[in-house]
Design a protein around this ligand. Structure first.
Ligand SMILES: Nc1ncnc2c1ncn2[C@@H]1O[C@H](COP(=O)(O)OP(=O)(O)OP(=O)(O)O)[C@@H](O)[C@H]1O
Ligand SMILES: [Mg+2]
Length: 412
């Protein structure tokens, strides 16, 4: 049966702390995508990845949606959205069941994942993703897809991601008020990973760190599936605030200076310059500072973010998983010297991840800031084909998740 025009259009909304980005894309026959609409607007109602002002967030979403719709020449009614924030936590879990007949059925798969997700969930939290890492059928380890295989005992190792129910609901409400139904809620670093990591990197082992404005989101992949996730409530805005306080200047000027002259480490400084800085009281009053003064403010914050991630790697014994290195993405990865500093702190190869453009991505999206939004689109396209796709189960937002329910059934 021929697909309807509407079926071929997908949309994603990255509701970031600093910007909202809406992408509308056409799904092509070979499952690649062509972006046909881009809308961006400054994000005004979020703090550290969490909605703090619904009205302002709705306004920002509407503005970005309208811009994207205008460019695409069509309206959208639903979208995949990303989620982050300090409320996100994750654990690895294990489930085991006897196989009902002699070969593994869809029901066995459902049951073993249900066994893995039977963990104590703190009050006010809910499970967002149950990500199968691998299955074990009798003694056959690391099975990707055990359906149809023979055995008597089925085990699964899964990564479970939880988030605050209220935070998820607030995001969904904002989208609904902006006229968009949410058809998937995806952890932001999982989306970013889609956009910036290669399949080989995910197979051999890699980390991805999305340094945004409000949160730094980390994920580790190996054997093609997710091993670990973490959300840190420290990111680019903290660098700007540190500069504003340290230089006694305005937030706007601190942001400008960070982008134009900022460096994450003294080792990356080639020439010490004199830089004019607006005084915090406004007007035409100016101070003059040296590049080295700016770096001495930014470097401790850059070290803090990277050291927190390194501590997580050490604490959870993740070093053997990040064999191919770590990919830095998100706008915070654009701070010059970040790669050098990260190489020093992690002692593994580091690269800056731009969205991997498969088909006619407009040049304006070739920037780490758009890894999440482009990744949300890729997530949407790939989910039916990925044997390691997450099953998502957020009871609270189920009413808007009709499409999600159907693909969970497809997966099994
Ligand atoms: N050239 C640059 N140098 C340094 N920092 C930069 C540069 N460009 C952008 N940034 C910083 O990147 C951050 C925004 O990144 P991004 O757009 O990925 O965040 P976000 O998605 O809005 O936020 P979050 O993911 O935390 O909700 C801001 O703090 C901004 O100052
Ligand atoms: Mg972001």
């Amino acid at each position: 049966m021929a697909r309807t025009h509407v079926d071929e259009i997908i949309a994603a909304i990255d509701i970031g702390t600093t910007k909202i980005c809406v992408l509308i894309a056409r799904k092509l026959h070979d499952e690649s995508i062509e972006v046909i609409g881009i809308g961006k607007s400054p994000s005004e109602g979020l703090h550290k990845g969490v909605v703090v002002d619904i009205a302002r967030t709705v306004r920002s979403i509407r503005a970005a949606v309208s811009e994207a719709e205008l460019m695409a020449g069509m309206k959208i009614t639903s979208a995949t959205i990303g989620i982050a924030g300090g409320h996100i936590s994750s654990v690895n879990s294990h489930g085991v069941i006897p196989v009902k007949r002699t070969d593994v059925s869809a029901t066995d798969m459902e049951n073993v994942l249900a066994a893995a997700r039977a963990i104590p969930v703190p009050e006010g939290q809910e499970i967002l993703h149950v990500l199968p890492q691998y299955f074990v059928i009798d003694r056959r380890e690391k099975v990707h897809d055990p359906r149809g295989m023979h055995g008597v005992r089925l085990e699964v190792q899964a990564h479970i991601i939880m988030g605050a129910t209220a935070a998820v609901q607030d995001l969904v409400t904002c989208c609904e008020k902006a006229g968009i139904l949410v058809d998937d809620v995806v952890l932001e670093q999982i989306a970013s990973a889609y956009a910036v990591l290669s399949d080989d990197e995910k197979e051999l082992g890699v980390g991805v760190l999305d340094i945004g404005g409000g949160t730094s989101d980390f994920a580790v992949y190996q054997n093609g599936s997710i091993r670990h996730t973490m959300v840190l409530p420290v990111a680019g805005n903290h660098f700007t605030n540190d500069l504003a306080i340290g230089l006694r200047t305005t937030i706007a000027d601190a942001e400008r200076i960070k982008k134009e002259y900022g460096l994450a480490c003294m080792g990356a400084l080639k020439r010490n310059e004199l830089i004019e800085v607006a005084k915090v009281q406004g007007g035409n009053a100016r101070d003059v500072v040296e590049s080295a003064d700016i770096i001495s403010i930014l470097e401790p914050r850059a070290r803090e973010v990277l050291a927190l991630v390194r501590d997580e790697v050490l604490e959870h014994h993740l070093h053997s998983y990040i064999r191919t290195g770590i990919v830095l993405t998100g706008g915070g990865a654009l701070l010059r010297g970040m790669q050098l500093l990260a190489e020093d702190i992690f002692d593994v190869p580091i690269r800056i991840g731009h969205p991997r453009i498969e088909f006619s991505l407009p040049e304006s999206l070739d920037n780490p800031m758009y890894a999440t939004s482009y990744g949300l689109l890729l997530h949407k396209v790939n989910k039916e084909h990925d044997a390691h796709m997450q099953s998502i189960d957020a009871p609270l937002v189920k009413r808007v998740f009709e499409t999600m329910k159907s693909w969970v059934m497809d997966f099994f």
